[in-house]
Ligand binder design. Sequence first.
Ligand SMILES: [Zn+2]
Length: 127
Amino acid sequence: MRSSLTLKTEPGWDIGIMKIRKHPRMSNIGIGDEVYFLPQHLYAHVIEVFPAAVCVRIGILAITDHMELLLSPQLWRADDIENLSVCRYCGSRDDLCCEVGSVVPFRICERCSVLASNDVSQHGCYS
Ligand SMILES: [Zn+2]
């Protein structure tokens, strides 16, 4: 799936982007992952991955003469996001549970949840 986001760039800029060092957080993030945008407390699915940012599409409710839900593509910097599709402690994608006690559905794997707390019943597992 291609995003509808068009990057307006100077000639040669797309050669430049190849040289940008990949942000550490971007090594474990893929298209379809759920991400949380910390500055504005937004949540979205990744539709495109860049070396230091992700492209997402978020719904914006517009009210003019009628109500309309617009899907707006946005670039979120790697520094501002948290990947909710992996364990927030070790980055694993296996046996994930939702961490309880937060409004954000941070994921924690079974192994880390045992290490973090001996009381596994605190965490609502999916399976
Ligand atoms: Zn873990």
